[in-house]
Unconditional design. Structure first.
Length: 292
């Protein structure tokens, strides 16, 4: 039979944990609402812009769109997007493992560098010795992006990646992130960022009329579309993080509630046994006195 004091201490400890996980769940839910609104508003615009860019790029040659240049793949850059903090279930592990598997299966014969947005990716790929070396044109990590998640901040990182591609430092660039579906579902996704993916047919491109001229529009639209694509991926990951954390904390709170029920039942049984033992001792003592 467990000691009453030990059970009481465990009940106190679990109850404190339950209060913490419940509070974290509410905080995550509040952050999720804002993050979900942000990605819901951004996604249609980003997808339409990418569709237009793909259709237009199909009719352009390399001189008009250097971002679509196909080369022999010798060096690849992967942008791994995770969170800075844990306590969100398998959110970080699933995208890190997916990127790792993608590198080993699809990119095993090429040189791969990884830049990270999120400390969990940085920690993981540092152990795998895949992090981009410090001191280059692209930062090794951009973990502070989540401290001020705005388009302008993400644009700076996107510009450095785009410049590295144009300069021939990398032949392909991928983005690995968790795509937000709902609070309970996040889909680990790896998308090609550069070169620009063009559709198989260019029928849609003939529908566009360029005003005032093609060059000015493309010089503005192509970089903006790529920056928007990266920004959307990071917004997706941000919303997914809060959804995963809310779900994890909800499950932890329920587990703590179930454990409290078991502990209280165990405590009541132990207390009842202790009371019964005391009654028996009193009764035995009384009978012994009466016998004397």
């Amino acid at each position: 039979m467990p000691n009453l004091k030990e059970v009481r201490n465990r009940i106190t400890s679990v109850n404190s944990t339950k209060q913490i996980t419940s509070a974290m769940k509410m905080v995550a839910a509040a952050k999720l609402k804002r993050a979900q609104d942000a990605i819901t508003q951004m996604r249609p615009y980003a997808e339409k812009l990418s569709e237009i860019l793909g259709n237009v790029s199909a009719s352009l040659d390399v001189s008009e769109n250097a971002y679509a240049e196909e080369r022999e793949v010798k060096k690849v850059l992967i942008v791994g997007v995770t969170s800075n903090r844990g306590l969100c279930g398998s959110f970080n592990a699933q995208i890190n493992k997916k990127i790792d598997k993608f590198i080993k299966n699809e990119l095993k014969d090429v040189h791969v560098d990884v830049v990270t947005v999120g400390k969990k990716a940085q920690d993981y790929f540092r152990k795998q010795q895949l992090l981009l070396e410090e001191g280059g044109s692209i930062p090794q990590e951009s973990n502070d992006i989540f401290d001020n998640l705005e388009f302008g901040v993400v644009s700076e990182l996107a510009e450095k990646i785009m410049d590295a591609f144009l300069n021939g430092e990398y032949d392909k660039v991928y983005i690995g992130y968790n795509q937000f579906k709902n609070a309970a579902t996040q889909v680990s996704t790896i998308e090609q960022f550069l070169p620009v993916v063009t559709p198989e047919t260019d029928e849609a491109s003939s529908e566009y009329i360029f005003e005032p001229n093609k060059k000015d529009i493309l010089d503005e639209m192509i970089p903006k579309s790529l920056k928007t694509q990266l920004f959307k991926a990071i917004l997706d990951s941000n919303a997914s993080e809060h959804g995963a954390r809310m779900t994890a904390m909800h499950q932890a709170t329920e587990n703590a509630t179930d454990l409290l029920k078991e502990l209280k039942l165990s405590y009541n049984k132990a207390r009842q046994a202790a009371i019964t033992k005391e009654i028996l001792e009193i009764t035995s003592g009384a009978e012994a006195l009466a016998a004397d």
